[in-house]
Design a protein around this ligand. Structure first.
Ligand code: BES
Ligand code: MN
Ligand code: ZN
Length: 497
């Protein structure tokens, strides 16, 4: 992953020796407006920038990028006007700035140096949007295409606030890098990112960051009684793993467990999925990618917390050694589960990891997974569903939204619990009906969370992977959701307990 270098400048953006200058545009009540920060550039255009952009058909709507040759009005050869959309209560939100900066960064590919004036509206959002929008995954392309923009100067005063601005850019950069680490994992194809390879790469990153690293292989999983992970992983020639990465910060006041679903490919197993779009199940390890990136970030930003990330990894395949509908698995907790559908595999690897994580008595547990198609039916492709302890659930969903990741709290209706009762075992892995599939999965997981732990389950089946076209700072493929949510929740726990 090569991301642009960001720098702060207080020079006039019109006179900087760069190739492109970025200004924001807004859909005002009376049509196109220039966003704050564009004034010096407009002045260099003799005050005629707005009229020029109108002439070119600019409206200021989100994801609109208009390129203008500057013909010597400013030092840069090209001006990029990027739309922020319609202000909310007369203010543009941080997310609008992030998206506009992202769209500009996509338009800047192939450019060596640029300056952005969007930072006058929101520095952190411009930094994050620029880095995330510049991201490309070209590992498997012979022709890598245009490089991401090399360097972006962000206009900001460098007076008494310079230190703060530097810290802002540094934190935004660390978070964006973590998001891109998760994206890289998700974008790596399933033949290359099988459980052992995924575990090895996670361990390597963990060691580099000075974390405590533990990887349980299939032998250790058998010895430990991880019947869920072994059951799901049994159909693949490439055996499962459980990764544990622990960061202990200075003066750690709270202990947070992170658990992420790491199905490196989900065929559905014996209850096999239809062929159409099955390739998207390469993203079924996005939860694991998210928690691994999350604990690495906690170490990088030195949060005063203890954070332990747990990533159960398996490939869900049909074969002669695969688990089958009707099997009963004995999970790590000792609870038995009747498998009625081998495609409801995520909850079976997660229950083992959740029980194991709870054995270390965390204060909080955040579990995240591409768990149910029902979550996509309920909330669409861009919004995560958050379930769990009422207070923590609401806190997580709110922090997610405040940090640019759409999420909404969801209930765990008691009346659905009985539908998970099994004829044979303590629990069945699915209900016998189609109703509330996202919530039933949450109720299944709840059975394995220890009493007294504040927990949240984030179903990212929709937002973890973008199968549509690029938009804002989001490319096709892995999005890095829910890394920014995890980052925000950890920061909030560090600050407020
Ligand atoms: N990984 C899938 C869920 C999924 C679907 C993620 C679409 C991303 C996009 C999960 O393992 C699964 O197959 N869930 C089943 C559960 C069902 C059998 C109860 C589903 O949603 O159909
Ligand atoms: Mn499945
Ligand atoms: Zn799955």
């Amino acid at each position: 992953m090569t991301l642009p270098k960001l720098a702060l400048t207080d020079s006039d953006p019109a006179g900087l020796p760069v190739d492109a200058v970025v200004v924001g545009t807004v859909q005002g009540p009376d049509g196109l407006e220039l966003a704050p920060g564009a004034e010096p550039v407009d002045a260099a255009f003799g005050g005629g920038l707005l009229e020029l952009l109108k002439l070119l058909g600019a409206t200021g709507k989100a994801d609109e990028v208009v390129k203008v040759p500057t013909r010597g009005a400013v030092t840069a050869d090209v001006l990029i006007a990027t739309g922020l959309g319609r202000p909310v209560d007369e203010e543009v939100t941080a997310e609008q700035v992030r998206r506009a900066a992202g769209a500009a960064a996509r338009a800047l590919r192939g450019t060596a140096k640029a300056v952005s004036t969007l930072s006058a509206v929101d520095l952190a959002a411009t930094a994050q949007g620029t880095l995330l929008g510049a991201y490309v995954f070209t590992t498997y392309k012979s022709d890598k295409g245009d490089n991401p923009v090399g360097r972006v100067e962000l206009v900001a005063p460098t007076d008494g606030t310079a230190r703060e601005h530097k810290a802002t850019v540094k934190a935004a950069t660390a978070i964006a890098e973590a998001v891109c680490t998760a994206r890289d994992f998700v974008n790596t194809p399933p033949n290359e990112l099988h459980p052992a390879a995924f575990a090895e790469r996670a361990a390597e990153l963990g060691r580099e960051a000075g974390l405590e690293v533990e990887v349980l292989d299939e032998k250790a999983l058998r010895k430990g009684g991880y019947g869920g992970i072994l059951g799901v992983g049994g159909g693949s020639a490439r055996p499962p793993r459980l990764v544990r990465l622990r960061y202990k910060g200075p003066r750690a006041k709270k202990k947070v467990a992170l658990v992420g679903k790491g199905i490196t490919f989900d065929t559905g197993g014996i209850s096999i999925k239809p062929a159409a779009k099955m390739e998207e199940m390469t993203s079924d390890m996005a939860g694991a990618a998210g928690v691994i990136a999350g604990v690495l970030l906690a170490a990088k930003l030195k949060y005063p917390l203890e954070v332990v990330a747990w990533a159960p990894m398996a490939e869900n395949m049909p074969s002669g050694t695969a688990y089958r509908p009707g099997d009963v698995l004995t999970t790590y907790s000792g609870k038995t589960v009747e498998v009625l559908n081998t495609d409801a595999e995520g909850r079976l690897i997660l229950c083992d990891a959740i029980s194991r994580a709870c054995a270390e008595e965390p204060d909080y547990l955040i579990e995240t997974s591409t768990l149910t198609g029902a979550a996509v039916v309920a909330l669409g492709t861009r919004t995560a569903g958050v379930m769990g302890s009422a207070e923590f659930r609401d806190r997580v969903a709110e922090l997610a939204r405040a940090n640019g990741e759409s999420a909404w709290p969801m209930p765990l209706p008691e009346e659905l619990r009985a539908d998970l009762d099994s004829r044979l075992a303590d629990l069945a892995n699915i209900t016998g009906h189609r109703w509330g599939g996202m919530l039933a999965a949450g109720l299944f997981l709840r059975e394995f969370v220890a009493e007294g732990v504040s927990w949240a389950h984030i179903d990212i089946a929709g937002p973890a992977y973008n199968s549509g076209g690029p938009h804002g700072y989001t490319a096709k493929g892995g999005t890095g959701v829910p890394v920014r949510t995890i980052a925000a929740v950890l920061a909030d726990i560090a600050a407020n307990g």
